[in-house]
Design a protein around this ligand. Structure first.
Ligand code: UD1
Ligand code: CA
Length: 455
């Protein structure tokens, strides 16, 4: 092909039927705004430039994509799809091929678009069309007796005969920029909706000797937009169906793919097992043989090979090495790292904490801003007191240490290798390697103690 590609994304519409303060294209599919999905596709196509036409909620839309190299084009009044594309005309390189996408049609596959763009050359433009059992509302594709596309008729302008046509316009098309520069200024709004229709360029193409090639997506959901929340939920289901199918192809066992949700990118090794009601967000890596129990949310984390996360855990920005065990009912907050064979049990919260190989924190514990060596055992109810009301401090625990139950470790504090802390201690000073530290009231007895009785 060789010709450079520029993408124009139409995203100025309001989306009244969403009944929302959020601009339509910012509503999310798989945790990402619909417009984000469209921009991702344009990026995968190696578009030279991506022009996004915005209007309703323009500022909010722009703010949502601060880091992306996008050319924002304002369309202050929504006078039609042709008018929208025309707003980007001055910014187009005349030698480029232009692909028009909609910001509220998020599930088109890159292959489908790539194929469409490939159909464009000096003599041809390209249109993505589909056949629909119920074509109501869509522009109809009108072909002549040779089967050539000669125009598109919008639903509201269609004759009874045109309404019988089941091949419809998806809105997605590709054409040389030079042709758009020639045709768009000639659009008129003399039609049922009083709009400048982009679709009128098809008749102009046919009249001026540019032939219109058509391509079709493999699946109808690829060209479906979301005008209301029900349609948005349908797109979400399609997305999830596709994403979970991909995971299974890569070797993951999903007990019920309809009850696993993927909101990001997930890499899996062989024989990963995922139980029901699991949400995977951001960038998640599940090593070979990892098992994720029911009702877990895992965000931006790595679960090492052979590790298990039992049910009802929330794991956020954490790294588990191999053969670790977490949960049930554990919360691993950002900066948690478990080395091989480490274990975290129920009702444990961790944050900025490293557990060395084979160390255990089995019950009812908070470990924050802490470094724990190998093979140490942190007893039930242990709290690292990491916050003095103003600053955070570190707790360091060596190898083979034993922290008795219900101890408070007042940071900054160090517990040496092989040290033991007696249960119920409040440890505010460092503990020497190999020593026993007990910091609690001594047990006293008052013999023959009489409990007070009622008067
Ligand atoms: C359009 C097509 C129709 C096609 C259908 C597919 C035209 C005239 N019609 O109709 O043939 O079957 O899409 O869904 O193109 N937009 C703007 N600025 C505007 C108008 C629209 O940015 O001034 C954006 C909208 O936000 C939306 C997209 O363009 O994302 C499509 O606009 P919409 O009004 O929904 O077009 P349809 O009437 O559905
Ligand atoms: Ca529409």
């Amino acid at each position: 092909m060789g010709m450079s590609l520029e993408v124009i994304v139409l995203a100025a519409g309001k989306g009244t039927r969403m009944k929302s303060a959020l601009p339509k294209v910012l509503h999310r599919v798989a945790g990402r705004p619909m417009l984000g999905h469209v921009i991702d596709r344009a990026t995968e196509l190696n578009a030279q430039r991506i022009h996004v036409v915005i209007g309703h909620g323009a500022e909010k839309v722009r703010e949502t994509f601060p880091d992306t190299a996008l050319n924002w084009v304002m369309q202050t009044e929504q006078l039609g799809t042709g008018h929208a594309v025309a707003q980007a005309l001055p910014d187009l390189d005349s030698a480029a091929t232009v692909l028009v996408l909609y910001g509220d049609v998020p599930l088109t596959r890159t292959d489908t678009l790539d194929h469409l763009v490939d159909l464009v050359d000096d003599g041809h433009m390209a249109l993505l069309t589909v056949h629909m059992d119920d074509p109501g509302g869509y522009g109809r594709i009108v072909r002549n007796t040779h089967g050539d596309i000669i125009r598109i008729v919008e639903q509201k302008d269609a004759s009874a005969e045109h309404l019988e046509i089941h091949e419809v316009n998806t809105g997605i098309l590709a054409v040389q920029a030079a042709r758009l520069q020639e045709w768009l200024p000639r659009l008129s709004n003399q039609n049922a909706q009083g709009e400048y229709y982009l679709t009128d360029i098809i008749a102009m193409a046919a009249e001026t000797g540019t032939r219109v090639r058509s391509a079709h997506p493999d699946h109808v959901y690829e060209v479906q937009g979301a005008n209301d929340r029900q349609q948005l939920a349908e797109l979400e289901r399609w997305y999830q169906k596709r994403a979970t199918a991909q995971l299974m192809r890569e070797g993951a066992a999903l007990i019920d793919p309809a009850r696993v949700d993927i909101r990001g990118t997930v890499e899996v090794g062989e024989d990963v097992e995922i139980d029901v009601n699991v949400i995977l967000e951001g960038r998640v890596i599940l090593g070979a043989g990892a098992r994720i129990g029911a009702q877990c949310t895992i965000r931006d984390s790595v679960i090492g090979a052979g590790s298990q996360v039992l049910e009802n855990c929330v794991i956020d920005n954490a790294r588990l090495g191999e053969q670790c065990s977490v949960g049930p009912f554990a919360r691993l907050r950002p900066g948690t790292e478990l080395e091989a064979g480490a274990r975290i049990g129920n009702f444990v919260e961790t944050k900025n904490a490293r557990l060395g190989p084979a160390s255990k924190v089995n019950h009812l514990t908070y470990v924050g801003d802490a470094q724990i060596g190998a093979r140490s055992n942190i007893g039930a109810g242990t709290i690292t007191c990491n916050y003095d009301g103003a600053n955070k401090h570190q707790t360091q625990i060596g190898d083979d240490a034993f922290i008795g139950s219900n101890s408070s470790l007042v940071a900054p504090v160090k517990i040496g290798d092989g040290a033991t802390v007696g249960a119920g201690s409040v440890i505010a000073k460092d503990v020497t390697a190999g020593a026993l530290a007990v910091a609690r009231g001594r047990q006293k007895e008052l013999a023959n103690w009489k409990r007070p009785g009622k008067k």
